[in-house]
Design a binder for this molecule. Structure first.
Ligand code: HPA
Length: 303
């Protein structure tokens, strides 16, 4: 006999939905002979999707073909799951083998009408695929006065101003604890690996605090002054639901923002989505180089 609460819980069973999505993906991977299970994943933000096209022997699964997967509706987001081999010539000395990467070409944002929980669902699926390390990339507005459009910035911490949390509602202990710790949401070790990689490649890489707002309107200059006063270095409309879900499941996070524009009021002129996409598409080359170097190192991390 099941209680009322159990029935409600079953109706909301995100775990089973994530498990069934992961099963479909696993079956597609195993159909592609010679492709091992992915050991690291990356979510590609606005205008940053081209990295997925560089993966070798790819298995491409449109989100629409994965059971329970939300559809990505934002322009600049293809909405495909791409699993493939990193075709980089050099990884680290220890890694003789190839790294198999799961790349999410396009993400789900609360501003599309999805809940924070739904925005985190793709990360639930990555967790059920057994992936221990995840890179979250995004396009962001630069608030720190030294940031220039095109700069890459490691996320050292975040401020959640979206007004929601993906863990709202009943907790499923199979995913993780009710009150997950967030004191080092963005792994210090991963940041060190990324800084080492960037140094070797000659790519300047800053670190800053990412403020997540609901969007979809850009901020007012007064809002940007406020965000600066509370310690934000960049602002965007994504990433935080995914980070919270990942930490809930014990997945390690590396966050990388591409500064797509100076935040509102910092320079003359309007902010447009076209400008954001154009700048991040230009920065995608250095982001790709960084990812090719850092992903195998994350895959090798044992923590
Ligand atoms: N604000 C919020 N989100 C963004 C911005 C911005 O200026 N640029 C890219 N994503």
């Amino acid at each position: 006999m099941s209680s009322h609460a159990d029935v409600r819980h079953q109706a909301l069973d995100e775990y089973t939905r994530a498990e069934s999505a992961a099963l479909t993906i696993r079956m597609q991977i195993s159909k592609a002979s010679g492709l091992a299970a992915p050991t690291v994943a990356v979510v590609l933000g606005s205008g940053l999707g081209t990295f997925a096209d560089s993966l070798a022997d790819p298995v491409v699964i449109p989100y629409g073909e994965i059971p329970n997967f939300p559809r990505s509706t934002a322009t600049g987001h293809a909405g495909r799951f791409v699993i493939g081999k990193l075709s980089s010539a050099k990884t680290t000395s220890e890694s003789g083998g190839e790294t198999v990467v799961a790349a999410l070409q396009g993400r789900i944002h609360p501003y599309e009408g999805y809940s924070s929980r739904e925005a985190g669902f793709p990360v639930r699926v990555l967790g059920r695929l057994g992936i221990p390390a995840l890179v979250l990339t995004n396009a962001a507005g630069g608030i720190h006065p030294d940031y220039r459009p095109g700069d890459l910035v490691l996320i050292s911490d975040h401020i959640n101003l979206q007004g929601t949390n993906p863990l709202n509602g009943p907790n499923d202990d199979r995913f993780g604890p009710r009150f997950p710790d967030m004191s080092e949401a963005y792994s210090l070790r991963y940041r060190q690996l990324a800084q080492d990689s960037a140094r070797e490649l000659g790519i300047p890489l800053r670190e800053g605090v990412y403020a997540a707002v609901p969007g979809p309107s850009y901020e007012t200059p007064a809002e940007i002054r406020y965000l600066r006063s509370i310690g934000a270095d960049m602002v965007g409309m994504s990433t935080v639901p995914e980070t919270i879900v990942a930490r809930h499941m014990g997945i390690g996070i590396l966050g990388i923002s591409c500064v797509a524009n100076s935040a509102a009021g910092m320079h003359q002129g309007k902010i447009t989505h076209e400008e954001v996409l154009a700048t991040s598409e230009r920065a995608a080359a250095s982001l790709g180089a960084l990812l090719r170097t850092v992903l195998p190192r994350l895959a090798e991390q044992k923590d």
